[in-house]
Design a protein around this ligand. Sequence first.
Ligand code: PEP
Ligand code: MG
Length: 557
Amino acid sequence: MTDTTSRARTSGPAGTLHGIAASPGVAVGPVAHWEAGAVVAVEPAADLAEASARVVADLRRRADAAATGEGRTVLQTLAALAADPELLGAAAARVAAGEPGAHAVRAAAGGYADQLRGLGSYLRERAHDVVDVGARLADCLDGRATEELPVPGHPFILVARDLAPTETAALLDPAAVLGIVTELGGVTSHTTILARSLGIPAVVACAGATQLVDGWEVVVDGGGGELHLDVDPELVSTLRQRERRLARRLADTAGPGHTADKTAVTLLANVGTLDDALAAAASDVEGVGPFRTEFLFLDRSEEPEVDEQVAVYRAVLDAYGDRRVVFRTLDAGSDKSVPFLHLPAEGNPALGIRGLRTRTLGAHVLERQLAALAAAAADSGRQRWVMAPTVSTVEETETFARLARAAGLATVGIMVEVPAAALRSAHLLADIDFASVGTNDLAQYALAADRQLSRLGSLLDPWQPAVLDLVAATCAGASLHGRLVGVCGEAAADPRPSAVLVGLGARSLSMAPVAVPGVRAMLAGLDLDTCERAAVLARQARTAPEARAAVANVLSG
Ligand code: PEP
Ligand code: MG
């Protein structure tokens, strides 16, 4: 942590940096940078067991003191990881082979994280947590601890390139930290959840934040995802009024999503494992859309038996009762490794045999999965929705629909993740029931920007007008046949882009369950007409920042 006591508080240049709205609230104060990895000396732990016990005890203590259930759950999850027998066992094996303890535990955590990353980019937060906990165990063995906040003499806005969850837990004292701004991070990261649970306004993925000078007075607009470099009292008062309105709506709204004039927008949870599905079922989400079925298949050397699949799908359907559950069939390939499929080595796997295309390998995995989904849904009287990933053409759509219906699945859809599918949606959607736009892949393919490369983040920005045009094209094609269009990429989880997506025609939004209340509150304050006006303004803009700025007033909530 940089010492800010000796620095004069000054204003920086005028301007606004844009990021993702991560934790609502408005904070005004001087910038203070924190360098990841800042540590202080402590007594080294004697061995792995002692390091684990210490890290677990520290995280549990913080969990007990956490203000909200959400924050507590994150800290308990991290504590469980610090005692994880698989992680500690792998580290112990390395120690037995002669590696120093700290090196061994870092390497073991790195290996475990690589496995998780191989299961798909949406598990990157878990991989991040494992690396983070491994680093804390290693620090403990080396006699280092994450630096606690010094007393800088006044409260401040914490600016960092990134914050690991355990660093956030150790650093964040709401009395001292007025706001948080990071250059990396996402809305579903555990760091973000912790900030939200502590009630600290936060903006993440905010490019340029680390260029700010310590001591500059700035305004963090956590609900709008912006960092204002000039402290204009009128702006601050407008932002605070908006936050108060949003907070009231957050407290007042629950249950089904809708706009202020009662256009229904179904709010669904994106889930990737059975545990996640069961946890989200306990909240008031309106269902699941999608249940990413990959977790059953990834990293397996043998295809899971149909019976095993049926049991999982049935458990999900039972948990949601009459609520909608949209199953997405196996999305293998690209960043998701499925050893038993023996996918060919490819120079450009994101453009290769992935998603629905894996069917061309002739292994009939899709047919067996559809049979398992149909068996799970049979006699349950539940809504049976199924959709295919990475669909590009009419032929692929027709093949999928034929197979799904032959298996006995009534409601069939496709994910629109490829620009070709968006542009030709009138043809692709003619004979199926719905489309779900995957904005993560759609942005990747529209902007030719690898979604795994954080330095290409500005190209993958949900405000990119080209991506909005493709969503609009999808909705226009769908409307010719009265087909439902939803969105299930990350864009749906950010309140302002979500309102634009509704304005473009989306009538369901699927997101990480933690994001649902914020999106619901935003929509409840806006007429459909306003969302449509915002969508027009965003599409008229030339650039992503201009699109964001163009709708800021319209969507001020
Ligand atoms: C998407 O591409 O937007 C999507 C929801 O699918 P995934 O992130 O699983 O590729
Ligand atoms: Mg996708």
